[in-house]
Design a protein around this ligand. Sequence first.
Ligand code: SF4
Ligand code: SF4
Length: 72
Amino acid sequence: MHQFSEVIVMTEIVVDKDACDGCGECIAVCPESVYDFDDDGKSEPVNMDDCSECCSCVEVCPNSAITVDACE
Ligand code: SF4
Ligand code: SF4
């Protein structure tokens, strides 16, 4: 049985691919390089662990396609 001294709560980031138009604003604004383009040219959170919960991506997205649970 493993014992954890610390509970790590990961930020959950969801991109609504139907709403995303691939403008790349979130990729440009994110200071932690959390996002990259997926094969369809939409934004994909690829480094969720690095999110500093600054909420810039949520604010910058013109289509309100991004949900960051810490930014609710
Ligand atoms: S909240 Fe900030 S650090 Fe986290 S994914 Fe969005 S822009 Fe990047
Ligand atoms: S800012 Fe919004 S619409 Fe633009 S790439 Fe990011 S998620 Fe998609």
